[in-house]
Design a protein around this ligand. Sequence first.
Ligand SMILES: NC(=O)c1ccc[n+]([C@@H]2O[C@H](COP(=O)([O-])OP(=O)(O)OC[C@H]3O[C@@H](n4cnc5c(N)ncnc54)[C@H](OP(=O)(O)O)[C@@H]3O)[C@@H](O)[C@H]2O)c1
Length: 284
Amino acid sequence: MSYIVTATSGHLGHLIVESLLARGAAPESIVATARKVDKLSALAALGVRTAVLDYGNPETVTAVVEPGDVLMLVSGSEVGQRVPQHTAVIAAAQAAGVGRIVYTSAPKATTSALVLAPEHKATEEFLIASGVPFTILRNGWYTENYTGEIEKARQAGEIVASVGDGRVASASRADYADAAAAAILDDSLAGKTLELSGDHAWDFAELAATIGTLIDSSVAFRNLTPAAHAELLASFGLDEGTVGFVVGLDANIRDGLLGETSGDLARLIGRPTTPLAEGLAASV
Ligand SMILES: NC(=O)c1ccc[n+]([C@@H]2O[C@H](COP(=O)([O-])OP(=O)(O)OC[C@H]3O[C@@H](n4cnc5c(N)ncnc54)[C@H](OP(=O)(O)O)[C@@H]3O)[C@@H](O)[C@H]2O)c1
């Protein structure tokens, strides 16, 4: 029986493999996969097996998955393509006799108005309907999503958004990766859906203050109306779709859709989640 992890050429997948090893999984029990196996030399050097697995090519799933394996399906990064990709992977893994699939979803994916929820909802529903034992990890926001704000704050002395006093319960990618590793190794989590988020929900005034401390400079948070935010983003040359996406996400934050703190993540990893300041400092 093997633990097969997808998208290990990406940040989260790579960290999941490292967490599996840290949690005591034997290197030879792990198959780190990616579209391009030549991106996996650092993981191969840790003793894990590597293989090609491309969401757009289900035969690559059939070639890797063996009966009883646990498949960690990290959600794809090609927004708009994810439903056909994820469902093709799940169907191929099921045909190969996969023992359980662990999937990284989004907060309250089946009921949330979050702009990113529909592809995760469709994937969750397909996975559950397949009858394959599953564990769904509804990952909240990564702290690393805000790394880019540090340079902007350094240059402008402020961070700008249209989130109002909305809060974000972010955690570091390493926290979510450790949770994934814990879930992969624990068959008793079959049939469970976990809402994973950071222990503390911060607002953007706190984000600005935290970045200010990090760069040893005063940083303010300037809140805009959605219309003014859209106008500002368009003035930077962003296309209409991207502007709508960013302003829509800020509206989701304003509405509290990324601010819930269930405690599931800390419980699963057996320690508090990484604080905002520490997570940002680590990503600089
Ligand atoms: N919760 C959050 O805040 C948040 C933020 C951003 C993303 N996400 C989601 O979490 C996932 C993992 O995050 P991350 O930080 O690791 O993202 P990342 O570093 O951008 O990595 C994305 C990974 O997806 C792989 N991928 C894309 N299309 C694929 C395909 N057709 N077949 C196989 N692999 C494919 C990429 O492979 P290549 O190296 O071949 O491109 C890469 O390994 C993302 O894909 C996205 O769904 C969540």
